[in-house]
Design a binder for this molecule. Structure first.
Ligand code: ME8
Length: 522
């Protein structure tokens, strides 16, 4: 493996207090697309997801359901695994914070922090929001309509007073500011880095990292009256999964520091402030990047269980298809911005961009090949300027798409790919191969060959986004499983004239609007 560059990408680990909705699916989907892209681009990828199972919020949810927390978390965690299977996510591991490997890892990290004089015993008196599992300073709170105090997220807070261990976060202000200054892409999008920098510049208080008023957590070593603060526990999952506390192993050396922690903007502070501080305090390198994406609303409304509008990924997939959902979610909003989910817009993109633009291109070209070239790859003749222009656009795609993917700009990558799809459609219209059939069959064969080559490039490059449809496109070009990586882009690996290709079948059906009518809600 040493010859391949490594790439480690993680999703947040999701709280098991609820069933997964499209918000959770979105983050893991983005990681899946990136993981697939990097694998096809020759990287040795580790893609991690999982569930966050300790803490007061999960404890409360378990009690409400009448189950003990372990039985409850076993059950709910399975829903997230089922989502990963449903979406065909290519994660290499699925971590649960209740696993023995993780308890061991957290306790080892605690011991290291203690040995490095980063932890001391004190007592906490202040505000806590169970929904966010976060401590807040008085100055951060607002007063709700009923006079109750609210966290910036809108979550209710409660007053907590208990003995607590503290992490010396206040010592890490300067090192954190240096980390951000030296790595301007440590947090993307850039605007979010500014938020983080101003928070840290505002001064850091030592952080309470243990709780004593409930038991559902990882016991603090040598003081089992305390359980670890759920965020210290949860963040540590990223190193547990590569074998921490063993750091001299091939896995740890290969994959740490992580390339991208993908998160929603709601949990940026934990990842961009606390986590690098914990790591530096333990003598470990901070991750290379935290990408904080935006927030989905549904038809203009906040998605929530109480509103009953949280979209169930299973329903969505049954309605529209897996690849369609993957495509639309990454195409709909510039990655990083907030987005609003609407069925109308999903249908518009499925019918416009998938069925009309891409599907029709493939369908009409391959039908002509089946009818007019005996179902084999035609032999091309000399190229014209227009042929060369389309093929050059295809050859130029990988660098453009790679650049976008390295900035997690999925929408830009898709834009670049669809520009070539549109160029190929324009080329078909102008060349009119159906008219050449009688007038100039040699030229028709060249045009169809050029188009098949364009489709081969597009099929290879769309695999991370629409893996099943792209796979079927490549099947229809008789491109074998070993010829689908990005190393096979370019003329050198072009289709071989005379190769038989299977009869074409449609890959992106149109979505009939009547069938979509409304209820995509769980
Ligand atoms: O915060 N739009 O878990 P969580 C976009 N356990 N993304 C959304 C979303 C929405 N409406 N709703 C949820 C936790 N997400 C912690 C993480 S990591 C060490 C611990 C996604 O179950 C988004 O990625 O509340 C967000 O950050 C995450 O789900 C929160 O999941």
């Amino acid at each position: 493996m040493a010859d391949r560059p490594a790439y480690y990408i993680t999703t947040p680990i999701y709280y098991v207090n609820d069933v997964p909705h499209i918000g959770h699916m979105y983050t893991t989907l983005a990681c899946d697309v990136l993981a697939r892209f990097k694998r096809l681009d020759g990287f040795h990828v580790k893609f991690l997801t999982g569930t966050d199972e300790h803490g007061q919020k999960v404890d409360k949810a378990a009690r409400l359901s009448g189950l003990d927390p372990q039985t409850f978390t076993d059950k709910v965690s399975e829903n997230f695994r089922a989502l990963a299977r449903l979406m065909n996510f290519s994660n290499d591991d699925f971590i649960r914070t209740t696993e023995a490997r993780h308890v061991h890892s957290c306790q080892a990290l605690w011991q290291t922090l203690l040995a490095n004089d980063q932890i001391y015993l004190g007592s906490y008196a202040g505000w806590y929001a169970v929904r966010d599992e976060a401590f807040y300073a008085e100055a951060e709170l607002t007063t709700g309509p009923g006079g109750d105090k609210l966290a910036p997220s809108g979550a209710p807070v409660e007053w907590v007073e208990e003995p607590s261990y503290f992490f010396r976060l206040s010592q890490w202000q300067e090192p954190l500011l240096r980390l951000y200054a030296d790595n301007p892409e440590f947090v993307l999008p850039r605007s979010r880095l500014n938020e983080v920098v101003s928070f840290v510049r505002g001064g850091l208080q030592d952080l309470s990292i243990s709780r004593t008023t409930f038991q559902w957590g990882i016991p603090v070593p040598d003081d089992p009256a305390h359980v670890m603060y759920v965020w210290l526990d949860a963040l540590t999952n990223y190193i547990t999964a590569i074998g921490y506390p063993e750091v001299n192993t091939e896995d740890f050396q290969t994959f740490w520091p992580a390339d991208v922690h993908m998160v929603g903007k709601d949990i940026l502070r934990f990842h961009a402030v606390y986590w690098p501080a914990f790591l530096m305090a333990a003598g470990l390198a901070p991750p290379k990047r935290v990408f904080a994406h935006g927030w989905w609303t549904v038809e203009g409304q906040k998605m929530s269980k109480s509103l009953g509008n949280a979209i169930d990924p299973l329903h969505l997939i049954e309605t529209y298809g897996r690849d369609q959902v993957r495509y639309v979610m990454l195409r709909e909003v510039p990655f990083g911005n907030d987005g609003d989910f609407s069925h109308e817009s999903v249908v518009g993109r499925i019918n416009g961009e998938l069925a009309n633009d891409f599907g029709n291109l493939v369908q009409r070209v391959l039908s002509m090949v089946a009818k007019n070239c005996g179902g084999t790859v035609p032999t091309p003749g000399p190229q014209t300027g227009e042929d060369a222009e389309l093929l050059t656009a295809c050859n130029g795609l990988l660098p453009a798409v790679r650049d976008a993917m390295d900035r997690q700009a999925f929408h830009e990558a898709l834009d670049a790919i669809w520009a070539v799809i549109r160029a190929a459609n324009g080329y078909v219209d102008r060349q009119a191969p159906w008219a050449l059939r009688k007038s100039d069959p040699d030229r028709m064969r060249t045009v169809l060959y050029v188009l098949m080559e364009a489709i081969r490039h597009l099929g290879i490059l769309t695999q991370p986004f629409v893996p099943e449809a792209a796979g079927r496109i490549l099947d229809q070009l008789a491109v074998g499983p070993d010829a689908r990586s990005f190393a096979h882009l370019g003329d050198r690996h072009g289709l071989v004239a005379g190769t038989p290709v299977p009869a074409p079948t449609g890959v992106f059906p149109r979505h009939e609007v009547a069938a979509a009518a409304g209820e995509g809600t769980a």
